[in-house]
Design a protein around this ligand. Structure first.
Ligand SMILES: Cc1cc2nc3c(=O)[nH]c(=O)nc-3n(C[C@H](O)[C@H](O)[C@H](O)COP(=O)(O)O)c2cc1C
Length: 350
C-alpha cells in the first residue's frame, strides 16, 4: 500500500491516496463569489485522488474572513460550478469543505451587520486580517439560543445540497481549527448548560446532528467527510484534555458510514486514538512528505494522506511524487493575497 494505490472512499474509488488539504486562499470577492482564478488553481491539481476545497461558508453568518467564498446563493453556486467542471473534465474528484466560522469573525469582513454566533458569548483570543482596517481582534459573539440551533444545522444541510448542485462530489464538515463545530466540542469555548454543552455527550451533539443533516441532504453518507484537529491550539481553543472528546465523537459517528474522517496531526497522538475508535477511512495530514506518507500507509495507520502547503506550492505534486522530483517551497506571504501571484504561478516540472 502506498500513495499510488487506489482507495475505495464512500461512493467513489480514488485513483491514488494523495489528497489536497482544504486551504483558504482568499481570492473570492466580498460577496463570497469564487474567483475565476480558482478554475485553473483547482483544475491544475485534478490528478489528486481527492481535492478538498478551501473552507466555504454555508451562510452570510458563517463568513468571517476577508475574500472567502460562500455557497448560499445562485451566483456563488455558479462560480463554483466552473471549478467542478474543470476538475471533472480531467477525471478528478472534489469535495467542498463547509466552514462556518462561528466566533472567528470581524464585522469589516462580513456582508451582514449581525454579531457572529457561537455556543457561548466568549470572545476568541487573537486577531484577524481585514482589508479596510488591518489586523483586528475577533468580534464578540452572541450565544446561540437553543431554538436557533436547528436553523444553523439546516444551513449545513442546504450548503450540502448547493454543493452537489454546483457539481461537487461530496462535502467535508470543517470541525477543526476552532470554527463553529470545534467551538461546540471545546470545553473552553462551550459553556452552555443545555443539551449542547457540559458533558462530552452534549458537546459532541452539534457535530453529530450536523453530520446527520448533511448525510440526509446528500442522500448518502458516502458523499460526506469530516475534518478534526484534536489539541490544535488555534483561534482561542485550548482545552487541557481534548482526546476523550474526539474519541467519543469518533465512536458516535463510526456507524454512519462516512466517506472519511480527516485528522490533522497536532502532536498529541490523536491519529492513533482515532484510528482505534473509528471504523472507516482515516485521512491524516499535517507536515507529511512522500517518504513518511508511504510509511504511514504501509503500516496501516491511515488510508490516505492529506498535503497542504506542499500542494499549494506544487500544482503537479502527484507527478513530482511519482518522479521523486524536488518540490517548490511555499511562499506564506501570498497565501491570502488577492490575485494570481502565489496562486497560479508556481512552476510545474519541465
Ligand atoms: C494557506 C492555508 C490555508 C488553510 N486553510 C484551511 C481551511 O480553510 N480549512 C482547513 O481545514 N484547514 C486549512 N488549513 C490547514 C491545512 O488544511 C492543513 O491541515 C495544514 O496546512 C497542515 O498540512 P501541511 O503541513 O501539509 O501544510 C490551511 C493551511 C494553509 C497553509
Amino acid at each position: 500500500m502506498d500513495l499510488f494505490s487506489s482507495l475505495p472512499l464512500g461512493d467513489f474509488t480514488l485513483t491514488n491516496r494523495i489528497a489536497m488539504a482544504p486551504m483558504t486562499r482568499s481570492r473570492a470577492d466580498y460577496q463570497g463569489v469564487q474567483s475565476e482564478l480558482a478554475i485553473e488553481y483547482y483544475g491544475s491539481r485534478a490528478d489528486a485522488g481527492l481535492l478538498i476545497t478551501e473552507g466555504v461558508a454555508p451562510s452570510a453568518m458563517g463568513l468571517g474572513y476577508a475574500r472567502t467564498p460562500a455557497l448560499y446563493n445562485d451566483e456563488q453556486i455558479a462560480s463554483w460550478k466552473n471549478v467542478t467542471d474543470a476538475v471533472h473534465a480531467k477525471g478528478g474528484r472534489i469535495f467542498m469543505q463547509i466552514m462556518h466560522v462561528g466566533r472567528i469573525a470581524h464585522s469589516a469582513n462580513r456582508t451582514i451587520a449581525d454579531a457572529p454566533v457561537a455556543p457561548s458569548a466568549i470572545q476568541a483570543a487573537g486577531q484577524m486580517w481585514t482589508d479596510s482596517q488591518g489586523m483586528q481582534p475577533n468580534d464578540m459573539p452572541r450565544a446561540l439560543a437553543v431554538e436557533e440551533i436547528p436553523g444553523v444545522i439546516t444551513e449545513y444541510a442546504q450548503a450540502t445540497k448547493n454543493a452537489l448542485a454546483a457539481g461537487f462530489d461530496g462535502v467535508e464538515l470543517h470541525a477543526a481549527s476552532g470554527y463553529l463545530p470545534n467551538q461546540f466540542l471545546s470545553e473552553g469555548a462551550n459553556q452552555r448548560t443545555d443539551q449542547y454543552g457540559g458533558s462530552i455527550e452534549n458537546r459532541i451533539r452539534f457535530v453529530v446532528e450536523t453530520l446527520q443533516a448533511m448525510i440526509a441532504a446528500a442522500g448518502s453518507a458516502g458523499k460526506v467527510g469530516m475534518k478534526v484537529s484534536p489539541g490544535m491550539k488555534f483561534n482561542g481553543i485550548d482545552d487541557a484534555d481534548p482526546i476523550p472528546t474526539f474519541v467519543a465523537l469518533a465512536k458516535a459517528i463510526s456507524p454512519m458510514g462516512l466517506a472519511y474522517l480527516h485528522v490533522m496531526r497536532t502532536g498529541i497522538g490523536s491519529e492513533t486514538a482515532l484510528r482505534e475508535a473509528y471504523q472507516g477511512n482515516l485521512l491524516v495530514g499535517g507536515g507529511y512528505g512522500k517518504a513518511e506518507a508511504n510509511q504511514v500507509l504501509a503500516s496501516g495507520a491511515a488510508d490516505g494522506i492529506v498535503f497542504g502547503s506542499s500542494y499549494l506550492a506544487n500544482p503537479d505534486l502527484v507527478t513530482r511524487f511519482a518522479k521523486d522530483a524536488p518540490l517548490n517551497a511555499p511562499d506564506p506571504s501570498t497565501y491570502y493575497s488577492p490575485g494570481p501571484h502565489g496562486y497560479l504561478d508556481y512552476p510545474t516540472l519541465g
